[in-house]
Design a protein around this ligand. Sequence first.
Ligand code: T3D
Length: 265
Amino acid sequence: MDETPVLTEVRDGYRLITLNRPDKLNSFNEAMHLALRAALEEAEADLSCRAVVLTGAGRGFCAGQDLSDRVTPAGGEAPDLGRTIETYYNPLVRKLHALPFPVIAAVNGTAAGAGANIALNCDIVLASRTAKFIQAFAKIGLVPDSGGTWMLPRLVGSARARAMCLLAEPINADTAEAWGLIWKAVDGEALMPTATEMAEKFASAPTDGLAMQKKLLDAAETNDLDAQLDLERDTQRGLGKHPDYAEGVRAFMEKRAPAFTGRKG
Ligand code: T3D
């Protein structure tokens, strides 16, 4: 049994959360699901936390479901995969979207199966040039889950999404960037410095405004233009009363750096 399947480092204004089952390429078992859920809930409950960096220990980011928990003897009872997805993967995806601050995935190595899609559900995906994204599901007779079938065509278009899913071939980080699957590919040694520099920037950002940006961009995936325009109006009306807006405008006029208040809770 893993002692600490997820490591959390509390830093000034943000948290670094590391998936920590390196011998199994940080694949998900129940303990890692529970630990990651707890780590994200703790980050959310701590109002001084204004960003999260999610990465993996060792040479991989995450290889999806731990398949050693899925071996059934011939003729044995099949596992109920719907149960794990309902209990763990779907709530995790929903949580990543709902967190009231940006989540940065620092993809340090292979991200496969649900591991790839968990990374792609983060707000900003940075990847080491050695990282690969693999929709590995086809190799074991499954469909992409954790939002894969919803997200991939939106990110890279139908042709690339279909080939990624049906072929299950690795997509390297530079290609992922060129296709718009991720934000940026960087050299391996630059990955964590780039991710933490970004988190530090978010740690002094107008966090409640950024949280509303996440909400609006998610809503835009299903809203029509009229509904989205209304949502922008209503959100802007609310944010116009937030102290961070007043501070941002004053700081601009006074030609100084703004001192945003962060999360109001
Ligand atoms: O609840 C449910 O089950 C439903 C939800 C499903 C969600 C899913 O994610 S399904 C998809 C599951 N994931 C996969 O199918 C990926 C399986 N892994 C691979 O295809 C390869 O390991 C990789 C392409 C990711 C990496 O290849 P490579 O050559 O860099 O590394 P490796 O040698 O294959 O793996 C290193 C070790 O990690 C190895 O262990 P060993 O031999 O050194 O003791 C390997 O067995 C282990 N490992 C890698 N992925 C998994 C794993 N062990 C268990 N489960 C894994 N997913």
